[in-house]
Design a binder for this molecule. Structure first.
Ligand SMILES: *Cc1c(COP(=O)(O)O)cnc(C)c1O
Length: 230
């Protein structure tokens, strides 16, 4: 996609984000835009960097590795389902894993962290819609999982990630985002404050911001010329 179209889209998304934050009584700088670049290549990503974008998200390691390697200074987010045997590579390249959803993966991240001698920021992914097709921990399992994660010193749990179901109107996603925030309020502790809420995609990011998202993960609204939303 051509650079000036991305530039236009980015400008619009930023301005929408700012309005949504302000209308919810929030500071716009408290919402991070994670540009999901899974459908675009290095040229577009370099264009985004030139426009001032800082955070980039990928969901499939195989496609992402060449980008990680080529652009090592980018703030990469891993947002997709992660197989335990691939955790090492993600740890090496990413600043935040949004999809920690099971104990076996926590063990793999812990091991990778020990091997690479670093601590890794993670969000616990919650299956807030209860759809079978979605990854993530059932909300009921969250308190026990957070407790278990305390024994993994290489994992720094910084918040929650969730996806709303596909809906016709963004407003229909609102109750799901609200529930994520309720989970945050219920289970945050002084040790693990669950500060970050990664929620909202191209179709529903503005509602997500109104409901407290601190990170939105948007791809189509930046890169897909056919995307009809805001
Ligand atoms: C692809 C993807 C996104 C971005 O989706 P868009 O609707 O294109 O904005 C966000 N989160 C995850 C986990 C994704 O896989």
């Amino acid at each position: 996609m051509v650079q000036n179209l991305i530039a236009e889209n980015y400008k619009r998304v930023r301005s929408n984000l700012e309005s949504a934050a302000l209308s919810a009584g929030r500071a716009p700088e408290d919402v991070k835009l994670v540009a999901v670049t899974k459908t675009v290549g290095l040229a577009e990503i370099r264009g985004c960097i030139a426009l001032g974008m800082i955070d980039f998200g990928e969901n499939r390691l195989q496609d992402a590795l060449p980008k990680f390697r080529e652009l090592p200074d980018v703030n990469w987010h891993f947002i997709g389902h992660l197989q335990s045997n691939k955790a090492g590579n993600v740890i090496r390249h990413c600043s935040l894993i949004h999809s920690l959803d099971r104990l076996s993966l926590a063990r793999a991240i812990q091991q990778g962290g020990e091997r690479q001698d670093r601590q890794i920021g993670c969000l616990v992914q919650v299956n807030i819609s209860g759809e079978q097709s979605k990854y993530g921990l059932a909300p009921e399992g969250l308190p026990a999982f957070l407790e278990e994660l305390r024994s993994f010193p290489r994992i720094r749990v910084s918040g929650l990630m969730a996806m709303a179901p596909l809906v016709d109107h963004p407003e229909q996603a609102r109750p799901y985002f609200r529930r994520v925030r309720e989970l945050q309020q219920k289970y945050a502790t002084s040790e693990v404050p669950l500060t970050e809420l990664s929620m909202g995609m191209s179709g529903d990011y503005l509602v997500a911001v109104e409901e407290g998202a601190t990170m939105v993960r948007v791809g189509s609204v930046l890169f897909d010329p056919k995307f009809a939303g805001r």
